[in-house]
Design a protein around this ligand. Structure first.
Ligand SMILES: [Zn+2]
Length: 67
């Protein structure tokens, strides 16, 4: 699979569906994000460094996305 085959976000057609889009910027997951992560959000790097992998996994599961 190449980069150009990446699906776009369902609610943001101009945004590729990437980990940082889902974790940080997508408005669609704002409410789920608030349940799992501190607010306001740190950078993606800090979020990944400071968040337990289980929590990240639970977040991804809540979004019903498979990335
Ligand atoms: Zn989005």
């Amino acid at each position: 699979m190449t980069q150009s085959n990446r699906p776009a976000c369902t609610s943001c057609p101009n945004s590729p569906l990437t980990v940082d889009h889902v974790l940080i910027s997508c408005p669609l997951y704002k409410e789920i994000r608030k349940r799992f992560f501190p607010y306001p959000l740190p950078s993606l790097k800090n979020l990944l460094l400071n968040t337990h992998p289980v929590k990240l996994f639970e977040f991804m599961r809540s979004t019903n996305l498979k990335i």
